[in-house]
Write a protein that binds this ligand. Structure first.
Ligand SMILES: *Cc1c(COP(=O)(O)O)cnc(C)c1O
Length: 403
């Protein structure tokens, strides 16, 4: 079957695809229809935090699948209630609103911030976001996504948006001198914006300014959450306390699920009828989310993840020392790595294809930044394999160019 041409014929082409038809996933590997295995350092864009076909997830899938798949928000949803309780207990005092996706979590956040603006009546309005941020593709979320290729000239909902550079504390003070924004929303590590981690002092300064100004402090943890940076949520490294946390991607164990954790200032602002969705929270997604949490919160798991994270970053640093002309920078946090390459976008795509040929899947963002989003179940052997192949292909690519 020529899946490639059928794809082109029947599916609107909004994604650049790798020409691989996946037949099966197991552990940290994906297998194509030819049986070739790939180390998956991409995890469906930070979704499969426990790799593929994890026994705990499969067990939850079968158990909940045997009971029911969908019941609607008319009924009490036990897996979702349990998941909400656990998310709150692990983060901030508050309540959860569930969505199906990250963009919908951003939409819920925009509405909640609007409700707070109205309820608070302090004349504050609008949201501060970072340059190169990514908060999703629906129209409200697109307005908060400061990447021109994403927002284009699509129609924009009417609310104020202020753009700030990462680490620019003074810039935030300046915005607050001339305007009264209601909230600031930031990714603790900018994801598609180039894997840029915010420093802990910057996060603490922003929190302090929010407290001084009476502004909401919101974190988009859609990509950074669920253990990706070595803690359950990335803001926890900085010891700050957000008023609002957005989550999605890994939280449904591979099924669609997202939402917001609304702190005490926000948790009672939505009344029945103010917001809603048919599917979320899917009981099946929530059951899988509980299975993911069972694993992440298992004593020993965090220690294991942080050991492999250390090993990965030590290996990357050593590689950079060995190949300084190829690896001018490395950035990220935990299992979120950005490797900016000083090559053309075509050469970066070629390297991605070379790695794929060797059986390793990586993402490329901002055209020339190799992005790794490995499963948290990554092993030291996986790290060794990636580093060896990456070094080989990186040097081969440039000696071919010189020749
Ligand atoms: C992926 C992502 C989103 C959007 O999530 P979707 O589920 O694709 O709508 C929003 N914010 C961040 C930081 C993301 O990484």
């Amino acid at each position: 079957m020529d899946w490639r041409s059928l794809d082109e014929q029947y599916i609107i082409s909004t994604y650049k695809r790798l020409p691989i038809a996946i037949a099966k996933g197991e552990g940290n590997y994906l297998y194509d229809t030819e049986g070739k295995g790939y180390l998956d350092l991409f995890t469906g864009l930070a979704v499969n935090v426990l790799g593929h076909s994890h026994p705990r997830i499969l067990k939850a899938l079968h158990e909940q699948g045997d009971l029911f798949l969908h019941i609607s928000n008319v009924f009490l949803n036990q897996p979702a209630i349990r998941l909400a309780q656990r998310l709150v207990e692990q983060t901030i005092a508050g309540k959860v609103f569930f969505t199906n996706s990250g963009a919908e979590a951003t939409e819920a956040a925009i509405k909640l911030i609007h409700k707070w603006t109205k309820a608070e009546g302090a004349g504050r309005e609008g949201i501060v976001v970072l340059r190169n941020s990514f908060h999703g593709r629906t129209l409200g979320a697109v307005r908060l996504t400061r990447q021109a290729h994403v927002y284009q000239d699509f129609p924009q909902p009417v609310f104020s948006v202020y753009e700030l550079d990462a680490e620019d504390t003074e810039g935030l003070r300046e915005i607050c001198r001339t305007a009264k924004p209601a909230a600031i929303l930031m990714e603790p590590v900018l994801g598609s914006g180039g894997v840029v981690p915010l420093s802990e002092p910057f996060l603490r300064d922003v929190e302090a300014i929010c407290r001084e100004e009476g502004m909401l402090f919101a974190m988009d943890e859609i990509q950074t959450g669920m253990g990706r940076t070595g803690k359950l949520f990335a803001y926890q490294h900085a010891g700050v306390t957000p008023d609002l946390i957005l989550f999605a991607k890994g939280v449904g164990g591979g099924l669609p699920l997202g939402g917001v954790i609304a702190g005490e200032k926000l948790m009672d602002l939505f009344k029945p009828g103010d917001h809603g969705t048919t599917f979320a929270p899917s009981p099946l997604s929530a059951a899988l989310g509980n299975a993911v949490l069972d694993e992440l919160l298992d004593p020993g798991f965090e220690a294991h993840v942080n050991e492999v994270i250390q090993y990965l970053w030590d290996g990357l640093a050593a590689l950079r020392e060995r190949l300084p002309q190829h690896l001018q920078a490395l950035r990220g946090k935990g299992m979120m790595v950005g490797i900016p390459l000083s090559v053309s976008p075509e050469e970066a795509s070629r390297l991605q294809r070379d790695l794929q040929e060797e059986g390793i899947l990586v993402d490329v963002t901002q055209k020339t930044i190799v992005r790794l989003l490995p499963p948290l179940t990554l092993t030291k052997a996986d790290v060794d394999r990636f580093l060896a192949v990456f070094a080989k292909r990186l040097t081969a690519a440039s000696s071919a160019k010189e020749a």
